[in-house]
Design a protein around this ligand. Sequence first.
Ligand code: TNX
Length: 571
Amino acid sequence: MTDNDVAAAITPAPVRIEPGRGVLSLERVRVIAPDAVPDGDGRSDPGLRALAAELLEPAGIAVSGTPREHSPGGTPLELRFEDAAGPEGSANPERYTLAVSGDGVVVTAPERSGLLHGLRTLRQIAGAAQAAGHPGELPALVVHDEPRYGWRGLSLDIARHFFGPDHLRAVVDLLGQYKLNRLGLHLTDDQGWRLEIPSRPDLVARSSHSAVNGDQGGYLSVADYAELQEYAAARGVVVVPEIDLPGHVNAATHAYGELTPDGRPTEVYEGIEVGFSRLYLDLPTTEPFLRDVLGDVARMTRGEWVHFGGDEVHRMAPEEYLGFVELCQEIVTSSGKIPAAWQEAAGSGHGDAETAAAALAAAGVGAGVGAGAGVGAAAEVGGAGTARASAGTAGSTANGSTTDGSSTAAGPAGPDSETSPVRAGTVLHYWDTRAGSEAFLRAAEAGARFVMAPAERTYLDMKYTPEHPLGLHWAGFVELRDSYDWDPGTTIDGLPPEAVDGVSACVWTETLVTRDDLFSMLLPRLAAVAEAAWTPRDARDWDSFRRRIATEAAAWRRDGAAYHPTPQVDW
Ligand code: TNX
């Protein structure tokens, strides 16, 4: 294998590859790993040998060095901690160096996550050698690498259709392969409630059986959720639970009629419209419900964040909406977690389709009317669902109101206000590029953090093309190159680049039912989003990416992972 072949094997592209001399034959490795690795929880079960085997054996490298093995043999693969800053003085906690020489392989990193990244890079190099017909033959080299952003995620909707523990573990494995480190779980929506909440047992007892189109529901028990987080943590992935409030709550109001003004439970909902359900801030039953649910979720969650939703609340006055934003942030914070929310929590407006269409028309933008519901009746999905996101350059109007709902957006902390409803540290997920930027600039000043998930780039539930059988298209068609060619640092006009924590892909599951449905929407686009999150802007190149991604398909086929063979790649 040549150095070019190696460079052509690593996705996301690394910061720097230093070519060496010679070839290492690596048919069998003996893993030398540190015995105890402190992770975030102070536990010390490194599991690194097992993970090395899990990653390398499918790529044709046998792994020995398990504690029980009597005569360990093979080329040394050493995993080593370094505490000083790396050779270039980087302070990035996820950095790693992978050195392949005639003597063996050494991965050095300050933390466990970096050791895992190094193993993943080694997997890709070994996989390319295998695909080239020289299994186990690696050229000498040193890879110096670290991520551009610390938040590199996928948010997965398991509420519209339920994907259970087996599927979720497969998703975690996929995230790991592309060095992604956050799995957002959209656990609740109008169609179903997917996480057991001990203090509110009726949520899953009454509202977990339903799903879109009357399909099969399901939920994660407390034990399922704990096991999933443990599996993910071992692979460097933090689970970020999302309880969507104060809209998208029909599953909650179906289970607990006390949350509605007339005290009666709402009907089960199996359609795919958004924005119609809501909680009521002034009902005495509402705050105790929020405290129970968010408190339990915080207690059950290992990671630092709890996401409280906040999107698409179309039937609520802005004052009441912002009251919910304040209350949810207070509850999450006092439960010891960092709040995360969709962008609307910044007071950017939580628009309705008609207002948005009118605002776009007033701005002279021809809205591509015809909301894209791939299943069911003519439903509108995705906020201001009648307008193509590509029309979003209309931006804000002269008086500071936004194009995605000026009628509901004014208020005490709305677009005309000086203050932001967002607390310092709250992580805002930016998705709807039709909103103007003022509210986000104010939020950044107040200390909010940003994760970029612009729908026309990272919404992997959008169809690739008009003909694509799965998916929606309210944000347009999202081909592989659309997911690749964008810069998270300049997504929001005028936002200081230091306010950006990272990037997230999102996959909503209104039209996705099976594991193949899900994976064929993720692959190959998830790898493109992963590179946007990992690789420095000037080291990214579409032609290089489209060649590299073709080499990954062999591994997907081997692992039984469905992917969409887009014509943008020579597979
Ligand atoms: C918008 S993005 C939604 C979801 C839909 C999705 C479909 C966001 C915060 N909300 O409720 O499932 O569009 O693409």
